[in-house]
Design a protein around this ligand. Structure first.
Ligand code: HEM
Length: 178
């Protein structure tokens, strides 16, 4: 059977892309704001519950997205005309998947190490651990966060470079249409 290379991503991939953007952005902002609250403040439990739920949902979305990406037809890699930039573009895409995955997994490891589930979701009434940095996964979670932010900035910068300088209408590939 003849396979045709589409000019844009499948609507499911488009939806999952923008859902990932929304979830990672929300988890990031919430993570940054709640980490400044002291652990003995009971007002920290609600933002923690929302952050953890968003983070777990992000993991599910990214896994489904990666699997469907392999199965669905997708447009050819958008070339810049420069071999190094094209290689970098591909590498950044895989690194984005990897870092979002590691961000969520390190968060879940921290939650297991610190016994957060019964406190945050089970209403156990037990106090939060005095300092999350007593657990190795907290350092990892905090280390991956700025790396992910940097990659996202690179990704967004590259998209604008395509759209505005190469003028290849890259944005339309990640939106709905015929
Ligand atoms: C893609 C998903 C996620 C993103 C983008 C994210 C982002 C962040 C950020 C930016 C911070 C603050 C880091 C810092 O300032 O050093 C943070 C802290 C934290 N995150 Fe996540 N996170 C994600 C997933 C998760 C998951 C799945 C869990 C647990 C199930 C989790 C639990 C925590 C906890 C417990 C903290 C520490 C808060 C504190 O220090 O007071 N995160 N997260």
């Amino acid at each position: 059977m003849k396979s045709i290379t589409p000019s844009r991503y499948h609507p499911l991939q488009v939806s999952l892309h923008w859902l990932t953007v929304l979830l990672v952005f929300a988890a990031f902002i919430l993570g940054k704001t709640m980490s400044s609250l002291p652990n003995n403040d009971s007002a920290k439990l609600t933002p923690l519950a929302i952050h953890m739920s968003i983070g777990i949902l992000t993991l599910l979305v990214i896994v489904v997205r990666f699997i469907t990406r392999m199965k669905l037809p997708r447009p050819a890699h958008a070339s810049t005309g420069n071999v190094f930039l094209d290689w970098l573009g591909k590498a950044v895409h895989y690194a984005l998947y990897a870092l979002v995955f590691l961000m969520a997994v390190s968060g879940m490891s921290l939650s297991l190490q610190a016994g957060l589930v019964p406190i945050v979701f089970g209403g156990s009434g037990a106090p939060l651990p005095a300092d999350f940095f007593d657990f190795a996964a907290r350092a990892l979670h905090g280390f991956i966060a700025p790396a992910l932010l940097l990659l996202v900035l690179l990704h967004v910068g590259a998209a604008f470079y395509h759209q505005l300088f190469i003028k290849d209408k890259l944005f339309s590939r990640m939106w709905y249409g015929k």
